[in-house]
Design a protein around this ligand. Structure first.
Ligand code: PLP
Length: 299
């Protein structure tokens, strides 16, 4: 059902060589890293579950991927969201529309808590920020280690942009554990896209007490607001497409690449960038970019 291991390709961007781990190609309907994070729920049987419940924003990649999961498993899917804009209600598109098409029931109400539901409900935290995510991310770590061995790449820096930080944290933890007694050294670098570095550090702490297993956080000087439109983000997104032929996501990857290129210390060793998917979300981001910067739609 899932295409694993995901392929790894070589790309050149801004005259630098990178290995690109194509987690975006794992499944046509799952959004890249959500296929990793929700792998556990695809793999095991949940005979008592009738309904999947989660919460978050009205255009999230996780929401869409959960709608796919629920459809595959024959579960009802209820999603709590604080607010859906009138524009989106009248013009459903992107992740929102695709999730509705999969049968998602949307509840415009404050997020619920796990305790409020019975045993027939599988409750998933916003963005899949929970322990079960480690199952699929451990497999990602295994794929990377196997590839390092096959290609005799002893030292590798891995970069990926973070939302909740769940993927980066479980990736570093498992890479560290797998390389304990070997000559391999695999370091994960990540940047915060949703909050700041402190927020990300707190997220790590909630999932893992041992700080030695945390990824290294790198960030740009300027403040960055999640989901806000930045001309620099659109520009690097377009340039990536032109120079590498790969389409990246518009929410996380532009900040990821800008941050990576600004940190020369990360680039001193071979670097692997994890493409975490999210392309369905580009539809709504591009609409907004074209409305805000009418000129770019003709570029
Ligand atoms: C969800 C998502 C992320 C963030 O993953 P976290 O595990 O929450 O840090 C990054 N990129 C894309 C494309 C995503 O869909």
């Amino acid at each position: 059902m899932l295409t694993l291991p995901s392929p790894i390709q070589s790309i050149t961007f801004e005259n630098q060589h990178f290995y690109l781990k194509r987690d975006d190609l794992i499944h046509p309907d799952f959004s890249g890293n959500k296929a990793r994070k929700f792998h556990y729920f695809l793999h095991y049987e949940f005979p008592n579950i009738q309904k999947l419940v989660s919460y978050g924003s009205s255009q999230s990649n996780a929401m869409y991927s959960l709608s796919v999961l629920a459809k595959m498993r024959g579960w009802e899917f209820v999603y709590f969201v604080d607010h859906v804009s009138d524009y989106l209600k009248e013009n459903p598109h992107g992740n929102y529309k695709a999730a509705l098409d999969n049968g998602m029931v949307i509840c415009e109400q404050q997020a619920r808590k796990r305790e409020q539901f019975g045993n027939d409900v599988l409750f998933i935290e916003e963005g899949g920020r929970q322990r079960e995510a480690e199952y699929g991310i451990r497999l990602l770590a295994e794929e990377i280690i196997a590839w390092q061995k096959d290609n005799s790449i002893d030292e590798l820096n891995v970069f990926l942009p973070s939302g909740t930080g769940t993927t980066a944290l479980f990736l570093q933890k498992n890479l560290s554990l797998f390389t304990l007694d070997s000559s391999l050294f695999t370091k994960v670098y990540t940047c915060p896209c949703v909050g700041d570095s402190n927020y990300l550090q707190k997220q790590f702490k909630q999932l893992e007490p041992d700080a030695k297993l945390y990824p290294k956080i790198v960030a740009l000087q300027q403040k960055h607001h999640f989901g806000k439109l930045y001309r620099e983000n659109y520009e690097i997104w377009l340039k990536l497409q032109q120079e590498t032929g790969v389409i990246f996501d518009l929410l996380y990857d532009p900040l990821g690449w800008r941050t990576l290129l600004a940190h020369a210390e990360v680039l001193q060793k071979p670097v692997m960038y994890i493409h975490q998917g999210g392309l369905l979300g580009n539809e709504s981001m591009l609409k907004r970019y074209f409305r805000k910067f009418p000129k770019i739609s003709s570029e």
